[in-house]
Design a protein around this ligand. Structure first.
Ligand code: FE2
Length: 341
């Protein structure tokens, strides 16, 4: 039977994840496939040249998986959406070239999507939040974003590293592989005693490098005469608690400043239960509501790119092949939003 719904194929490749997804105009995710670059214990983080090798190697297989699962043929796809920025150049370039090729070979329209905007839009769609403060907490990005006067404005952001990169760096320093967040979250709940660590909120912005240096040094001290499991757990708990309290404080200030009543989570660190619990307490104390999208769209994924591509196309956006170069430094507040009025 002919499917009349408008269908978008999305390609995500801003950092560690190469993803392909197929989504229809109602926001129904028909498939959402990915392959993520990982490393073994303590072996180093995201090396750009290795990322592009990884993405090239898996691209076709991920596309085929997404097509197979969706039961949609390339003929039925109306739009090729791809993450144009921000991100790591080597990684972004693989997705952009792949999307351009699909667009040219299959004669489909192309649209470049901002990755941060895609977290906002898929989150709003799947949780039914209307006008939230987005806490976008991922590896490279840590931003507090909300809509005001035609733009999604950044109300606060990290001045150095993203919260996820901070957690991964801390994990790597203490011998964990990438990604370290889920392992750290498990140990978090074993912590009993809070250890004081640097807390850096400057106005609406945050910084994690002082916390990283101090937490790493303290971990080495604690374990210099052999591994001390309880004290190590206390330190991991305290490190995460400090970092998440910084995020929660800035999110709360954005709520107070804008009078908004909704908080939306996005980004891989949004999957962290300790962070969700802290935000929930803050929201409850202010009469605000916390919206937590499914984990599959909080981590980097192509479904959000495919969905946001449709939204942009419906609102008059287009990307020609000539305009489809990658934008590694693109910001969400560069893009005029004409669907929030
Ligand atoms: Fe992301």
């Amino acid at each position: 039977m002919f499917n009349k719904k408008f269908i978008s194929l999305g390609v995500e490749s801003t950092a560690h994840t190469f993803g392909v997804a197929i989504v229809d105009e109602a926001g129904l995710i028909l498939s959402n496939k990915k392959n993520m670059f990982t490393t073994k214990d303590g072996e180093g983080g995201l090396i750009p040249s290795q990322l592009s090798e990884h993405h090239y190697a898996v691209a076709l297989a991920v596309l085929n998986e997404a097509i197979d699962e969706s039961k949609i043929s390339m003929n039925e796809i109306d739009l090729i959406s791809f993450s144009q920025g921000p991100g790591i150049g080597n990684a972004l370039r693989v997705g952009a070239i792949f999307a351009r090729q699909l667009s040219l070979i299959h004669k489909k329209e192309l649209i470049g999507v901002n990755h941060c905007l895609a977290h906002m839009e898929i989150g709003r769609k799947l949780t039914n939040s209307i006008d939230p403060v987005l806490l976008y907490a991922s590896g490279a990005n840590t931003q507090i974003i909300c809509y005001e006067n035609d733009y999604y404005r950044v109300f606060g952001e990290t001045l150095d590293t993203g919260i996820g990169n901070f957690l991964d760096s801390f994990g790597r320093n203490i011998g964990m592989g990438f990604p370290a967040g889920p392992k750290l979250s498990e140990i978090y709940y074993k912590g009993k005693e809070f250890i004081e660590l640097p807390y850096t909120v400057k106005g609406q912005d945050l910084a994690f490098s002082g916390l990283l240096t101090s937490a790493t040094r303290k971990y080495q001290e604690i374990n210099k005469n052999g591994f001390n499991e309880q004290k190590s757990a206390d330190l991991i708990y305290s490190t995460m608690h400090t970092a998440f309290a910084m995020l929660t404080e800035v999110t709360e200030r954005a709520l107070a400043h804008t009078n908004k009543k909704e908080v939306l989570l996005g980004g891989g660190v949004g999957c962290s239960k300790p962070l969700q619990e802290m935000l929930l307490k803050m929201c409850e104390s202010r009469g605000a509501k916390l919206f937590v999208p499914p984990n599959q769209v909080m981590v980097d994924n192509a479904a959000m790119i495919a969905y946001t591509g449709i939204l942009m196309k419906q609102n008059g956006y287009k990307t020609s092949i000539n305009q489809s170069g990658i934008l590694p430094k693109q910001r969400i507040d560069d893009i005029k939003i004409n669907w929030m009025k």
